[in-house]
Design a protein around this ligand. Sequence first.
Ligand SMILES: Nc1ncnc2c1ncn2[C@@H]1O[C@H](COP(=O)(O)OP(=O)(O)OP(=O)(O)O)[C@@H](O)[C@H]1O
Ligand SMILES: [Mg+2]
Length: 447
Amino acid sequence: MELTKELQSDIEEVYEALWDGLFNADIEKYTSALDDNYRLIGTTGSEFFYSREEAVDFLKLTGEQLVGNIERRKSQVKIEKIENLILILEKFDAYVKTDNEWIFYSNVRVSTWMQQLSSGWKIVQQHFSVPDSKADEGQTIGLEKITKENIELRDAIKRRTIELENKNQELEVALAQLKATQTQLIHSEKMASLGELTAGIAHEIQNPLNFVNNFSEVNIELMEELDETVREAIGNRQQAIGNSPLVAELLTDIKQNLEKNNHHGKRADAIVKGMLQHSRTSGLIKEPADINKLADEYLRLAYQGLRAKDNSFNATLQREFDGSISDVNIIPQDIGRVILNIINNAFHAVDEKKKSGIEKFEPTVLVSTKKEAGNIIISIKDNGNGIPQKVIDKIFQPFFTTKPTGLGTGLGLSLSYDIIKAHGGEIKVKTVVGEGSEFIVALPADL
Ligand SMILES: Nc1ncnc2c1ncn2[C@@H]1O[C@H](COP(=O)(O)OP(=O)(O)OP(=O)(O)O)[C@@H](O)[C@H]1O
Ligand SMILES: [Mg+2]
């Protein structure tokens, strides 16, 4: 049997009757094209029908859903005769109607086997499939629309991602600020409790120390009396004691020791007094004061004080005072102490660097004032050796000092810290090892 034109048109008639019947929900029309042994494989995983009955049920359901809303477009059909069977291979674009608009739905491929029975050509088996939707991207108008939607979706996601990234950055900044505040809070808590502890200990030590100092003074006087008495006695009884100066020597040694006791006791007393200032409410009251004048006064005082102790000391003093600062309500004696402490430290730092023999080193201390965001800023900047990282966390602790024994008590900055805190301000330090340090005191301008 040849695939004649006549045969081909017979076949096409049956085949088209199937589609026509299906798309118009004309059950009789399409079932008339199906063989009793009709088998169907649909496009989804579960659509396997092993009997005509099951297949027709499925087609019926599909047909009812699709009626008037589906079209086969760009159909390409190939008919082949294999032995006594006919194979029809077709691919088409399925368009569906939604909201009165035809849109591309999918490419569909169909293979159909037919055989001739006494009643004519009948369809024995069909297999429907759809290609991977991604494979044909951009080839049809329908898909372009989906592609466009995809792009829009991607753009929206991109915008959202950028928004989220920005929010994230904001959160990170907020978190960093929070952490900084927390560290500061912990620091001031620690300082406050250290201050209290220091004052408490000082108070306890003060009493016995007074005894030690008072008795050592009384002892010195007693020793002098004893010394005289013994010397007289020795003079009168030279013979008995012989030439040995032992007693006189011993007396001198004991007297010297007592003087040392007294000297160091006085030092301890000074330390204790310093410690006690942590707890003291100075009793002084706030009054309007000219910060620039105060800073200038204490800069001079510090410089002269140091020169009096060590006339080899020299430093360039620089002042940058903001003349627009009006009087600030402070306890001038207290703020003066703070400025003095910090300037003394600065002088010490530049002096140390100078004495280390660095060539062409010009010791310089700059004291400046300015108004900034409701605060009065006093800055004391030196070009000394700076403060190493491992030291910086401790400098505000009472008794922390890197100065040789007897030279510093390590109370200067801890007291300054307390005073500034009591004024509602804060002290910050910036430093670069080898280059210098800057102590910045901020006081609320509306105190
Ligand atoms: N400008 C500075 N440059 C370098 N180090 C500094 C400076 N200021 C303070 N320091 C360091 O901080 C430590 C503590 O300073 P603080 O003023 O509290 O005590 P001190 O100066 O050692 O003793 P005191 O002030 O009681 O005589 C210093 O010993 C020093 O190590
Ligand atoms: Mg100091």
